[in-house]
Design a protein around this ligand. Sequence first.
Ligand code: FAD
Length: 390
Amino acid sequence: MLRTQVAIIGAGPSGLLLSQLLHLHGIDSILVERHSREYVAARIRAGVLEQGTVDLLLEANLGERMLKERLVHDGFSLAFSGRTERVDLKGLTQKAVSVYGQTEVTKDLIEARVAAGAKICFTASEVAIEGIDDHHPTVRFTQEGRTQEITCDFVAGCDGYHGICRQSVPKDAIRTFERLYPFGWLGILADVPPVAHELIYSNHARGFALCSMRSSTRSRYYVQCGLDEKLEAWTDSRFWDELRSRLPDEIADAVVTGPSIEKSIAPLRSFVVEPLKFGQLFLVGDAAHIVPPTGAKGLNLAAADVRVLYRAIVEYYRTGSTESLNLYSEKSLRRTWKAVRFSWWFTSISHKFSDDPFANRLQLAELDYLSGSTAALTSLAENYVGLPFE
Ligand SMILES: Cc1cc2nc3c(=O)[nH]c(=O)nc-3n(C[C@H](O)[C@H](O)[C@H](O)COP(=O)(O)OP(=O)(O)OC[C@H]3O[C@@H](n4cnc5c(N)ncnc54)[C@H](O)[C@@H]3O)c2cc1C
């Protein structure tokens, strides 16, 4: 039988970051992760960090490599109707965003946790939580054929959308809000220089496209695709042709192509559960909410949850007060819903939902209005760089 203060289910960015911040405040945790260390460290996902996320990583003593290798972006571009309009994030909000891949964040976190001697139980199966309404819940799992049991004070459910923590809550205690989008994103990663030094979001009659990057030599490109698309049908050359067809000519001509090193299709969804606290169990990050990646908010929201929860746990162990723990759900959900709204809105003006020409003209009018209005651009920019913390 193992004993810890906080049992953390899932060693993605939420779980690892929570564990690292608690450790820096003298609070013990054990991480239980379904996959292997190599699998977790290699997953290709988000890439844009808000300043608040960068600050939290610095607070977790993880900044050194990030500060050296990140790309700081003061703006991004909107392409539509053959035009390209820059959104000057820095000029509008005095803030910028950082491009530093989630893969790198995860690697830094795993290294820091392992160096500090953290207990991380990788390749755990049959993970189950019991007694969330008791003061000392139990987490049970199987590792290398052996059943293990952890007793703890709190369980942090950081196990993503498909995890077991949310599913452990009685159905009548949880409310789910969901919106599925009628398309997905086909993304490729390639070791070619990005077409521009900032991101380009393109609204096109053939569908949305995004030019993004992970570094000055590694590009990440996406095209909107049907939910029934098969990855095998997308050769690299078909992908590059489709991407270029959805960009203004001068940008399309500048795209450097090359073999993909990763290719995947992700469906788009908005998803939120309420509340986020059930007795001693707290849902964090993707276990609690999912947003379409258009607004680059998924990883940032996960970090924002961790920020609120770790401070509440520290306060509890310092003072015995449960006040901040009891406010976790309300505080995190207020921020979450604003990011859900922004991600939904940005998706709705940039993607092709149907062949309806009226809807398309409305999107183009909105993009035209946006690019000519400082007020509208400021609203876009302040959401994109991350709303201030309360
Ligand atoms: C394909 C894809 C592309 C994305 N692209 C972007 C993007 O471009 N921009 C953006 O902002 N966001 C993006 N996101 C979202 C972003 O990656 C997530 O918001 C972020 O990973 C959330 O971190 P998390 O730690 O909460 O969850 P996760 O990263 O999902 O981590 C959960 C962890 O829990 C583990 N786990 C699951 N079940 C169990 C179990 N039963 N027991 C133990 N462990 C378990 C998983 O293996 C995983 O390691 C993307 C997500 C996906 C899936």
